[in-house]
Write a protein that binds this ligand. Sequence first.
Ligand SMILES: Nc1nc2c(ncn2[C@@H]2O[C@H](COP(=O)(O)OP(=O)(O)OP(=O)(O)O)[C@@H](O)[C@H]2O)c(=O)[nH]1
Ligand SMILES: [Mg+2]
Length: 414
Amino acid sequence: MVSWLTAILRSSPKFTYNQPMAKKIVIVLPTYNERNSLKKFIDEVFEQGRNLPGYNIEILISDSKSPDGTGELAESLSRKDPRIHVIKVGRGLGVGLIEGHNYSLKKLKPDIMVQLDADGQVQADVLPRLINTLGEGYDFVFGSRFVKGGKNKLSFQRRLFSAGASLICRLIMGPFSIKEFTNSARAFTPALFKKINLERLPWREQTFIVQPAFLNEAILAGAKYKEVPLVFRNRHEGYSKNKVVNYTYDVITYSLDARLHKWGIDFPLFYYSRRAKTIIKFAIVGFIGVAVDFIFYNFFISFLGFRPATAKGFSTEIAILNNFSFNNIWTFRHRKTKSTFWQKLGIFNLVSLGGLAISVLIIKFLHVVYGDGFVLFLGIKIAFYNLYFFATLPPVLIWNFTVNHFITWKHEQN
Ligand SMILES: Nc1nc2c(ncn2[C@@H]2O[C@H](COP(=O)(O)OP(=O)(O)OP(=O)(O)O)[C@@H](O)[C@H]2O)c(=O)[nH]1
Ligand SMILES: [Mg+2]
């Protein structure tokens, strides 16, 4: 009975039994001040529809209330074309992406979810590659400038930056086999998106870390994934919203956090590192300073024949200058201060001398109490005096940071 009915239905020319309906692709375009590139890029994306028979493309612009009027432009485009939708969201790329996907899932019912940049840097021809690869049985496909066929047409510094960021992700977070973690050209199934743990994804933080983090969480959600070539062009319009040094900091701390999680250690390192950013930057500068001190100390003794005490005087002052420069241009960059550059340098020197006095006193005290000796750690003999050295680091860091925070780079309201 059933087979008889099926045979009739199949032979009927009007009935579309067995013929799949067109699948709906919803592309989220997060925007912040992309007024000059948006329309052109949307046209390029719809053009790609020709290479995607059997699919309908819709676009969702999630605009963070751009002051340049991108939102108004998006709304006027959406009034003219029912395939274009717009939502207004808070600031941040992560907010634009995740609120966009959530809205798309609820209201637009996509068969395939996609995200792309709106500034036209991602060449739209990546779209058929993403979609067709997804159709091969993957549930997460992402564009990559660093696989064969991919291209990164940015300036030399920007190329170095993107390659460096992905290398850090590969080495620390993994998997190493993935070549690029840091762009937004991605396609995935709604089923996979629903499995992603958005609680763990730092999408509300205003940082581009959402790009590698989203990839990481998709893999943790069990994604069957593949990297496809992506051509990334230079920006023609608008400006970059990415901040190189801060982003590198986020990439390192997030990758470490993700690595700990993979080892079964759930410590919110990334969360704390963002909140304790100033003191952590200060500590990083301090540790670099220790290395600088050590290298120059040895250089003066071995190559210039200085006596150790003289060498230490010079090497410490070089380290102080090194630390001052980095703290001035990085750690406390945004502080508005009343004191001049030279006043700050003078106070910083004095504070550092204070730190030196504290460390000498601590070492003296520990030496009097515990004397000389060794401990065995993983089969290695470690002298007490080395432990004393490390014991000085936390108190000296606290001293230096507190005094510099409240005095050298004292924040003045006006
Ligand atoms: N909704 C929303 N989108 C954002 C925000 N910041 C960046 N974007 C979008 O994210 C995409 C990538 O940002 P870009 O500034 O182009 O970053 P980039 O491509 O790494 O840097 P460039 O190479 O200089 O363009 C663009 O479509 C931006 O409009 C934001 O705060 N909210
Ligand atoms: Mg861009």
